[in-house]
Design a protein around this ligand. Structure first.
Ligand code: COI
Length: 385
């Protein structure tokens, strides 16, 4: 059934991440001088936002910014009041979508300290995306420094209630005023922060997934393994059509054969068999290599479960769920963390899954590491404050 390639050339980010040494937080932060916000959110406004914690609707008082030009490289690093960017209507990003982004979270621990999870992985992936989109790479120290300094200034926006965090969204855009088609000569890097609760309102009750055979997310040679806005833009129509049918997320199949599982619109996916073995779609260059995905592969390996990174045919999966061979599925990502999949449907099938034993164990362990209640034996956590 499966064709395993866990050591293929596509598993590159994890290796890059493991080879890194992260900078000292104070030294990295000092690269981003602060311009104080003289008009921050009022106490009442802040309290209301921290009460709501809806995903991605409220933002902190600060943002980190840096500019890049052909002549000067990266320059003018700063942390400034959160606010609108000044952009020419001719900025290249508005026409040709030369844009990349990342997602991380800052967690408040019981002792008041604030930590983030594997930021070096996100740095490696941002630069991987930059190479694919013909954009400049950003030095690790700048990436980390921007996040440390912003979170230090936005400390009051890091929630402390269970299942909450400050979601960090670093991104880079081509802001050169030019509408010819070529890589831009000027870019802006920005990081913003949003206090959030769970991505899915239903939490552990499970999400419903529509498997699309009408749309593909990415094709071989395309941008599927880059975190670029276009991949998400193209997922919006399938997402809307699925929502009209009552589903929360769309699962995509490979564009070559339209038969094998790839990933959800913004999350990786895992399959748990009755015998305790676990599968996840292998990286083929059309999937995004997730930092949560590779952490889960490691946590399962620690439990003696070697995840089979495999080709997973939809037809096999549906039969295996119906026949009881597959008992759990879950989605994972920075925003989703680990979320059980309760229903999988598409043209001609509609199956339900009610198991969540492995899913629950992994969520508990990963969540515990991120919140400082379970020892961080792999050195994944990085202290911001
Ligand atoms: C993330 O998990 O950080 C993402 O970028 C995915 C998106 C669905 C929010």
């Amino acid at each position: 059934m499966t064709e395993t390639n866990s050591d293929s050339k596509w598993n590159s980010l994890e290796a890059e991440f493991r080879a890194q040494r992260l900078p000292d937080a104070d030294v990295a932060a000092s690269r981003f001088p602060v311009i104080p916000n003289v008009n921050p959110a009022s106490e009442e406004d802040h309290a209301a936002a921290m009460e709501e914690l809806a995903f991605g609707v409220r933002f902190g008082d600060y943002m980190a910014v840096a500019d890049w030009s052909v002549e000067d490289g990266w320059h003018d690093r700063r942390v400034v009041p959160f606010g609108p960017l000044q952009l020419s209507p001719a900025a290249a990003v508005l026409h040709y979508s030369q844009e990349i982004f990342e997602g991380l979270k800052a967690f408040r621990w019981a002792d008041g300290s604030i930590w983030t999870f594997r930021p070096g992985f996100n740095a490696a992936r941002l630069n991987h995306s930059a190479r694919r989109m013909a954009m400049p790479e950003i030095p690790l120290d700048d990436f980390i420094g921007s996040l440390v300094q912003m979170v230090r200034m936005d400390e009051r926006w890091v929630p402390g209630v269970p299942n909450s965090s400050l979601y960090l969204r670093p991104f880079m855009i081509a802001d050169e005023e030019f509408v010819g088609v070529r890589p831009a000569h000027h870019y802006k890097y920005v990081a913003i922060a949003s206090p959030v609760g769970p991505y899915f309102k239903g939490g552990m009750s499970g999400v419903s997934i529509w498997v699309s055979t009408d749309f593909n997310r990415a094709a071989p040679g395309g941008t599927g393994d880059a975190k670029t806005g276009g991949n998400y833009a193209s997922s919006l129509l399938p997402q809307r059509l699925a929502a009209e049918k009552g589903f929360e997320q769309v699962c995509y199949l490979d564009a070559e054969t339209n038969t094998n599982l790839e990933e959800l619109g913004g999350m990786n996916v895992f399959v748990v068999k009755k015998d305790g073995s676990v599968l996840t779609p292998r990286l083929t260059g059309t999937l995004l290599e997730g930092g949560t995905r590779s952490a889960i592969i490691q946590l399962l390996a620690d439990r003696g479960i070697e995840v089979d990174q495999a080709t997973i045919p939809l037809a096999w999966l549906v039969k295996a769920i119906e026949g009881g061979e597959v008992v759990e599925m879950f989605a994972c990502g920075t925003a989703a963390i680990v979320t059980p999949i309760a229903r999988l449907a598409g043209d001609g099938f509609d199956v339900t899954l009610d198991g969540d034993e492995v899913t629950g164990q992994i969520l508990e362990e990963l969540g515990g590491i991120q919140r400082g209640t379970i020892p961080d034996r792999h050195g994944w956590m990085y202290q911001l404050v």
